[in-house]
Design a protein around this ligand. Structure first.
Ligand code: PDD
Length: 303
């Protein structure tokens, strides 16, 4: 799109004119960290959470100072205005930058810091109510999935496999049947009257949406357990007694209606899922100065 503006190492330029050297370590080695932040009504949603995670992840790969002089808390909202994005996302990437190709760190590094904003409509209500489908895959990623690294090959392959299987999203599974997370989303189940999701450890990304879902669910009085669950637990629950949903910046909460060839619950978005989605949609609308949207679900009397 013509008006997409790129922030690249201190300069603003048309995205289509952005260039980085062939020997940028992000390009050759996947040696970088990224963030995706939701834009709604021209405002960045939960920006502080994303910047805090970016900083933490940069520190985890010895790039602590890389973004500090860039004032991303000002640059990112500025990009949204310059690119005239009303609804969409901002992508931020920080790599260890240009250096002749070596595995060990260049000394000193010259990090590449870039960001751009892009328009993308929110999922339509009809899409949400149709629900989403997951395709289980063995989790072949590295053992630091808590780091939001640009090295996404395992997720690329898993999500493409899911697409070819006719599903919307991949579901990363441990060997013992534990559900870890989606290809680019966290996964929750509503089981035995409460929410369950994989605990924060090195096997999943600590999603910002996940964090807010947990906070809001607790505020609404739903029990939440950060304890892993298996696919068997989900599939063997009686119809109507189990719900699954994904949580991510790009799609908020999406009800899961099928995993592999099996239908989840009664094959429709669950009541708790829709009630939580209403809470999150309302909270985000208020945060960005919009009228809260009409409710999709009805809050169940008890879980
Ligand atoms: N992905 N888990 C993985 C593996 C992810 O890639 C993502 C996000 C999430 C959800 O995190 P958050 O709520 O902070 O978006 C969980 C982004 C959207 C992406 O790569 O496009």
């Amino acid at each position: 799109m013509d008006n997409e503006v790129l922030y690249l190492n201190g300069d603003f330029l048309p995205l289509s004119q952005g260039r980085v050297p062939v020997e940028d370590r992000g390009f050759q080695l996947g040696d970088g960290i990224y963030e995706v932040i939701k834009v709604m009504n021209g405002r960045l949603v939960w920006l502080e959470d994303h910047l805090e995670r970016l900083e933490r992840n940069l520190a985890a790969v010895s790039l602590s100072e890389a973004a500090s002089g860039h004032h991303l808390d000002f640059v990112l909202p500025d990009l949204v205005v310059r690119s005239q994005v009303d609804h969409g996302f901002v992508y931020v990437q920080v790599t260890r930058g240009f250096a002749p190709r070596e595995f060990v760190f260049p000394n000193p590094p010259h990090p590449t810091v870039l960001a751009y904003a892009r328009s993308k409509p929110a999922p339509a209500v009809s899409e949400i109510l149709m629900g989403t489908t997951l395709h289980p895959v063995r989790d072949l990623r590295w053992a630091r999935c808590d780091i939001k690294s640009t090295n996404l090959l395992a997720a690329v392959l898993a999500k493409e496999e899911a697409r070819q299987a006719g599903a919307h999203e991949a579901l990363f599974m441990a060997e013992d049947g534990v559900v870890r997370e989606g290809g680019s989303s966290n996964v929750f189940a509503v089981l035995d009257g409460g929410l369950r999701t994989h605990p924060l450890d090195n096997r999943i990304l600590g999603g910002i949406t996940r964090k807010h879902v947990i906070e809001m669910a607790l505020q609404e009085g739903y029990p939440v357990e950060e304890r892993a669950f298996t696919l068997d637990e989900v599939m063997s629950a009686p119809a109507g007694r189990c719900e699954v949903f994904t949580a991510s910046t790009t799609k908020d909460i999406m009800p899961v209606v099928r995993i592999g060839s099996q239908v989840v619950g009664d094959g429709k978005p669950g009541v708790v899922t829709l009630a939580l989605l209403d809470v999150i949609r309302r909270a985000q609308a208020i945060l960005v100065g919009l009228e809260p949207p009409p409710a999709l679900g009805v809050r169940p009397a008890s879980v």
